[in-house]
Write a protein that binds this ligand. Sequence first.
Ligand SMILES: [Zn+2]
Ligand SMILES: [Zn+2]
Length: 311
Amino acid sequence: MNDLLNSLLAVASIPLDPGRRLFWVFILSALVLASVTVSLQQRGFKPGAQLAALFNRRYWFNRSTSVDYSLLTLNTGLRGLLLVPLFGSHLAGTIGVGSWLQSTFGDAPALALSPLTIAVAYTITFFIAEDLSRFGLHFAMHRNPLLWRIHRTHHSATTLTPITVHRVHPVEMGLYYLRGLLVFSVVSGSFVYLFRGQVSGLDILGVDLLGFLFNALGANLRHSPIFLSFGPLERLFISPAQHQLHHSSAAEHRDINFGTCLALWDRLAGSWRPGRREGALEFGLSATEHPSAIVDVDKAIGHPGPIPERV
Ligand SMILES: [Zn+2]
Ligand SMILES: [Zn+2]
């Protein structure tokens, strides 16, 4: 009972954490971007219609979203109760990698760089390592049959809302947690080792300016019905529209746009597609996919019963 309460408290604190995509500032910026996008697409600002669409009960509460909410609570609880105590914090990982480098290679060569140069180098290195490792794991999730069985829980969503980012199998959540811990520890630990004396660990920890910008620029619309394309910039950055194609159940959209932010990795892998669509998109698993993933998850979390399908 206490664990459930702690999980619910942890879920409630997510909108207050600038490190999470559901931080209230990012929700607000997504709402503004959504309104601008819809107004441009419909050639007119219709606040009444937009508010009605936003507060549509059937959009937020249906069979698909109930799985999202349940997994959000379950995964948040597991993260706090299991993963952090078991694998340690990001700070412990950073200190561990820094100490290992020090004891293995001795003192780092003296590199006289300004604190600003170090901060910029760290920000860019961390951003690229984070984005590439996310792409690699996501790519593997689709290509490896065993990992796909886990990842299809995310793809079984038939309604996309910003909460869907948390609709992942607990094993997938654990794999992404370990990936994040590894990337952060290696990049931060290396910088602390290389620039010891010039920049303390605490100075660079938490500098994820590019990640912050990515979240502020509509990352929450990736899981939404707002088809926001970046136009020609999609050759550089993955847009919400491109991620929605990734969630499309149509056979021609299978295994495309694995990227989170940079389009480079998809272009190198040949999986890049521009965010264009001919008709309405249907989200969910393709017709050839066995729908057992949806049933399994519903059973596992004790689905409450018939809830209207998405609108
Ligand atoms: Zn996927
Ligand atoms: Zn997704």
